[in-house]
Unconditional design. Structure first.
Length: 660
């Protein structure tokens, strides 16, 4: 019986339904890695939990099982004739709470919609005419009540194709438009306006300045103990006494001069503004070497990132030895006779490496785990914490990422005390060192780390898992870990000078795809603007983790807009938050030191839409002057609200200043 039914449905589907020469292409034969969905992975010929496709008691042999919210973009050549499917909520969802909607768009026009569907509803039949259509969008929404139990089936889904086979795309094609004007040729001082250092610690701060070279630097009111190199703008030395020292920094070139106040706060607090720098992980993963790190430092100077305030060059995992490795780059003795940790063969001389990075006016970062092994299985700090910190100090590092990894096997439970223990231990050791080392807690947000990250001595703490853990999933993770984790947990309440929420690195430019290749980021140009804008509004560290030596003009434009960076580095240090959400439109606001507000108008939807920021949401009254920060252009005076069209997954960032 079953065999007969299967054969019948197969024939019904694969028998020609259209003009001679047309071919049937099942939806499931497309590259479903491009399908974004709220839970799990797309399934071929079965439902999301790997059970047979079944809607309203009716079984289907082929189709795609997905989960709301699900998005699939498909490129057609205009010769695809029809799309047919039977859609509905899968019978295995297991709860009447699930509710979904199916919607199909062709070239931005709605072609079909299902209305709300629940478990047990009979499948709805889709048959849409696609002649002339070039971009198709298959959407499953959550019907407005969240995605729980939203198991969605595109059953018997197939195209009738006369021309080229439909191709799934990660996103509709988008032009990479450079919005940021080049900095003026005259000097301009950028980046942080406040910088923290502890008494007696060696200080290195490079005055970040754009403009033609050669440029000379000078400073008024330099406190005793500090010196400025006029040729490089490197401020070095150390301060003996606590206090806030305001220095007037000056930069001059053949075309003009600039000045700005920098306040060096000598006290117990580091990281008065979010860290800015580069990290090796997402491009070099376990291939990182001394040479790569030196080239990264060279690149940060050559491509000008240093002139916008970027300062850390951070090695991630894989500089140490792998216990038991018989040969290869990680083989060797994990520690020397005194128990001091060794670097592996790819890092012959760590002190020489940090000297090199420092000679460029930059700072150096290192990585380890509180567990016996790092996440890649190399030597961690467990039971050697004091020695390892001493070694990092000897080597001359300025930043430490402390990654939970195998400490899961050491901790007795996941209670707060156990989650905090390794970080408390490490920060107490760091506090005794004659060198400032900024501590980044990496434990993926466990135990609401934002509530206690600062208390246990962290200068920043990762708020979620790896943003780029799945290369194809970076876009989805950006919206989930950036927007949703942040807004749901009201993380703005916990960040501030000395301790910042860290939603992970800026994943643009060229990245590893974890399959042995370095490829362009899967983020669309608008998504890249969105990441940089959101990170600036929420006061997240700006750590670029793409290939810095190959950063192209578009990537540098996203990373190096000084007015956007000024929002990130605002000295008030008050992280912004979401103040309004209407479906896919969100408004995020950050209060700035000068009384103005940075307002991000975000569009999380699949099509351009107008996003509006009402003064009541922004928290302002009266006329406001608006400046578009990406374009660095004044856009006028506004009353009551500011609104703008915002592209798919894009943003408009304005600064509103009272105009009275
Ligand atoms: C974890 C961290 C990543 C990276 C890797 C290295 O996954 O969250 O940021 O450091 O380990 O192994």
């Amino acid at each position: 019986m079953l065999a007969t039914r299967t054969l019948f449905s197969f024939l019904a589907v694969f028998a020609p339904l259209s003009a001679a020469g047309a071919e049937i292409v099942p939806l499931a034969s497309l590259d479903l890695a491009h399908m974004r969905q709220g839970w799990g992975r797309p399934q071929v010929n079965r439902a999301i939990r790997e059970t047979p496709l079944s809607i309203g008691g009716r079984r289907f042999d082929f189709g795609v099982g997905t989960h709301a919210a699900s998005v699939l973009w498909i490129e057609l050549d205009g010769k695809t004739e029809r799309f047919l499917a039977s859609v509905g909520l899968d019978d295995a969802a297991g709860s009447p709470a699930g509710s979904i909607t199916f919607t199909i768009f062709g070239d931005g026009r709605k072609l079909w919609q299902s209305g709300v569907m629940r478990q047990g509803d009979a499948a709805k039949e889709v048959d849409v005419d696609l002649r002339g259509v070039r971009t198709l969008l298959l959407l499953v929404g959550d019907a407005g009540d969240g995605i729980d139990y939203d198991h969605a089936d595109w059953c018997a889904a197939r195209f009738i194709v006369a021309g080229a086979k439909p191709a799934a795309l990660p996103a509709p094609r988008e032009e990479a438009v450079i919005l940021t004007p080049p900095p003026p040729r005259t000097p301009r001082i950028n980046g942080a306006k406040v910088f923290g250092v502890r008494p007696g610690s060696p200080l290195l701060f490079t005055i970040p300045a754009t403009g033609d070279r050669p440029m000379t630097f000078a400073a008024d009111n330099l406190p005793e103990g500090l010196a400025l190199d006029p040729a490089t703008g490197f401020l070095t030395g150390s301060l003996a006494r606590k206090g806030a020292y305001s220095i007037t920094c000056r930069a001059r070139n053949a075309l003009g001069a600039a000045e700005r106040t920098l306040t060096i706060v000598c006290g117990d607090t580091l990281a008065l503004t979010p860290h800015m720098g580069w990290n090796s992980w997402y491009v070099w993963e376990n291939h990182v070497t001394d040479k790569i790190m030196r080239e990264a430092a060279d690149a940060m100077v050559a491509n000008g990132m240093i002139n916008h305030g970027y300062m850390y060059i951070n090695i991630d995992d894989c500089w140490m030895v792998k216990p038991g490795a018989p040969d290869g780059p990680f083989a060797g003795e994990p520690r020397d006779a005194r128990g001091m940790i060794n670097s592996n063969t790819r890092f012959p001389d760590m002190k020489a490496l940090t000297d090199y990075i420092h000679s460029k006016g930059l700072k150096a970062g290192i990585y380890t785990s509180p567990g016996p092994l790092t996440c890649q299985g190399l030597t961690g700090a467990y039971r050697h914490e004091e020695l390892d910190v001493r070694r990092f100090v000897e080597w001359g590092f300025d930043f430490l990422k402390y990654d939970w990894c195998s400490y899961g096997g050491v901790a007795k439970d996941r209670g707060r005390a156990e989650l905090q223990k390794p970080y408390r231990l490490l920060s107490s050791i760091l506090a005794r060192q004659p060198r400032d080392i900024v501590l980044n807690l990496c434990q993926y947000g466990m135990g609401e780390v934002w509530e206690w990250g600062k208390e246990v001595g962290g200068q920043s703490w990762r708020t979620a898992g790896d943003l780029g853990g799945s290369f194809e999933g970076i876009g989805a993770a950006l919206f989930r870990d950036g927007f949703d984790v942040y807004a749901r947990n009201e993380l703005h309440k916990f960040g501030g000078p000395g301790g910042w929420n860290d939603p992970d690195y800026i994943l643009i430019g060229h990245l590893s795809n974890w399959r042995g290749q370095t490829v362009p980021t899967p983020l669309t140009p608008n998504e890249q603007y969105t990441q940089m804008t959101l990170w600036s509004i929420i006061a997240a560290p700006l750590i670029f983790s793409g290939d810095i030596a190959r950063a192209d003009a578009f990537t540098l434009n996203v990373l190096c807009n000084d007015e956007v960076i000024a929002v990130n580095q605002d000295p008030l240090g008050k992280p912004g938050r979401r103040v309004a959400k209407h479906e896919d439109a969100e408004v995020w606001v950050r209060e700035l030191e000068d009384g103005a507000r940075a307002v991000g108008l975000f569009n999380r939807g699949e099509f351009e839409t107008v996003v509006e920021a009402a003064w009541s949401d922004v928290g302002v009254a009266g006329p406001q002057a608006a400046r578009d920060l990406w374009r660095q252009r004044d856009v006028g005076r506004f009353m009551g609200r500011f609104s703008a069209p915002v592209p798919r997954h894009g943003v408009v960032l304005v600064k509103l200043t009272p105009a009275e």
